[in-house]
Design a protein around this ligand. Structure first.
Ligand code: PXP
Length: 242
């Protein structure tokens, strides 16, 4: 199916549970292997500055354990750039990062941070790493991504996920419009954050979207149903929406 929407599974929160006890269990590598086995299209992991979930050695272990492309979420810092260049993930998604936040709360200000981002985007691109910018679905941010030469943008769906009624419909339209505009300009649009069985389908139905990255909800469902059934169910909902 040419219009198949890829599912990248974010396994950060397997590591969150592991780190709660400071040992090796549960191992995010095992989660990555299950995702590979049941038809996930990629593994996403966010190496945060404070290493609250994924740790440096997890990256190499994940890369060694599966053939799935690794999408490394990273802040635009020299430290993370050096790690990305050393690990050569398939893709690097640049995200804003605040130490005190619980999760990535908003999109990257690609417009305001142009000068800080430009050298990072070009050094990642020169190394053959596919750069994605995690932005809000606005024309200003999309223009900035174009100016930075990013081949991919990931639209932040957190606000959509939390909204209801007319607000949700308005934000959905904004994401759909910006996905169309991105594709028209040669940028591959992705989306992610806060997606669940309940809210994924209107997003999955946006025809230009090429990939969704989903983590927290899937790992939560995996506690009750197992990771493989959770990934398969999300996959099925996404396919039904296309
Ligand atoms: N995409 C990006 C860029 C993210 O930062 C995150 C959260 O780490 C996700 C997708 C996944 O979000 P969630 O865990 O809410 O599904």
């Amino acid at each position: 199916m040419s219009n198949r929407l890829r599912l990248g599974v974010n396994i950060d929160h397997v590591a969150t549970i592991r780190n709660a006890r400071g040992g090796d269990h549960p191992d995010p590598v095992r989660a990555a292997q299950i995702v590979a086995r049941c038809g996930g299209d990629g593994i996403t992991a966010h190496l945060r500055e404070d290493r609250r979930h994924i740790r440096d050695d997890d990256l190499r272990r994940i890369q060694d354990a599966t053939d799935l492309p690794l999408n490394l979420e990273m802040a635009a810092t020299e430290e993370m750039l050096a790690i990305a260049l050393a690990h050569q993930p398939h893709a690097a998604c640049i995200v804003p990062e605040k130490r005190e936040e619980r999760t990535t709360e908003g999109g990257l200000d690609a417009a305001g941070l142009h000068n800080q981002l430009a050298p990072i985007v070009s050094r990642l691109s020169d190394a053959g790493i596919r750069v994605s910018l995690f932005i809000e679905a606005t024309e200003r941010q999309l223009d900035a991504a174009l100016r930075l030469g990013a081949p991919v943008v990931e639209f932040h769906t957190g606000e959509y996920a939390h909204a209801t009624g007319e607000d949700r419909a308005r934000i959905l339209k904004q994401i759909a419009d910006m996905s169309a505009l991105a594709a028209k300009n040669g940028i591959e649009p992705h989306a992610g954050h806060g997606l669940t069985y309940e809210n994924v389908q209107p997003i999955a139905a946006i025809p230009q979207l090429a990939e969704l990255n989903i983590g927290h909800y899937l790992i939560g469902e995996a506690i009750f149903d197992g990771l493989e059934p959770a990934v398969l169910k999300m996959r099925e909902l996404m396919d039904l929406a296309r």
